[in-house]
Write a protein that binds this ligand. Sequence first.
Ligand code: TXA
Ligand code: MG
Length: 345
Amino acid sequence: MSVLTELLDLSDKSLYRAAAFLRSGGLVVFPTETVYGLGANALNPEACRRIFQAKGRPQDNPLIVHLACVEDLQHYTQPLTKEQKALMERCMPGPITFILPKSPIIPDLVTAGLPTVALRIPALPQARQLIAYAGVPVAAPSANRSGEPSPTTFEMAYEAMYGRVEAILKGSPCSVGLESSVVRMEKNLLELLRPGYFSLEELRYLGQDLGFKVMDSSHTPIKDTPPPSPGIKYSHYKPKTPLYLFSSLEALSSLPPTLSSPIRILYSREALTEKIGASPLHMKLLEGNTLEFKDLSEYARNLFIQFYQADREGIGTLLAWYPPPVGIGLALRNRLIKASEGKFV
Ligand code: TXA
Ligand code: MG
């Protein structure tokens, strides 16, 4: 690839410059609260085609269209009910994407030929400012190469997209660290298709008094036991370092000898409610090459960064705790299963 890439900060002047690239058919990588996005003018099919090329993404996977404010939602969907509008106003801006019947103005390439469009209003103010300056809706998948973990730092986004886009905006590490919750919205039904930071519990709470039924269709295994081997179709977000999951610290005391070292363990403090100390071996493991996060949010914020780091530091095996399906735990489980192809120790 040989596109000249400008590196820009998040000043007003830089956002304005990046917006001009978007308006003229260019690609811009920008931070959001979830992950970095790879943006193009959603109304320009040629510009959107370049997104698929830059990512190496199959064209049957539709893009999320990002907007600056809730007032703009109605331009890109079929007419909304009062309840639909009210719910979206409660949730947006935020780490959530709604799937709705599209208006004809959205090109088929963006929705991969589907009659629906995915709409999101990011919580990060500079992301909304960029979209407002562009004056067009911005189609943006995560800014990783297809199949790899989503970038949650400037460094990760730079490595994936330098030389493929007109500009990369440098923000802080993303505060959420996992992609938005994707929710299909019908007249009285909300269907969670991809879990994210915006939790199922929160969606139920906010949807309830507006008369919405909430369903989890994300197909994340919800039992505490390891799921049956899910197979290759789950591969996504994958680090190059072999990754295995563990449900309880107990499992660490009988690790298979075939695991390559050095081994790095990722878990959050919630995992410690189980009794530890019983085995000197797992105490030793936890003292060693281990990252303990203070809670599930910190775990989520750091997961993709740790995948990236492990690949660069020559870690032999990553062992990651598979948390309970509560709050952002549901999203962590979804990403962990896909990244590990469902492998548990
Ligand atoms: O947090 C996020 O959502 C990030 C940031 C950049 O906003 N974006 C993101 O985009 O994760 P992407 O392309 O990596 O994931 C979009 C997901 C895909 O799983 C896609 O299949 C689904 O949304 N999607 C998009 N349009 C859809 C539609 N019309 N119906 C069903 N699923 C759709
Ligand atoms: Mg993605």
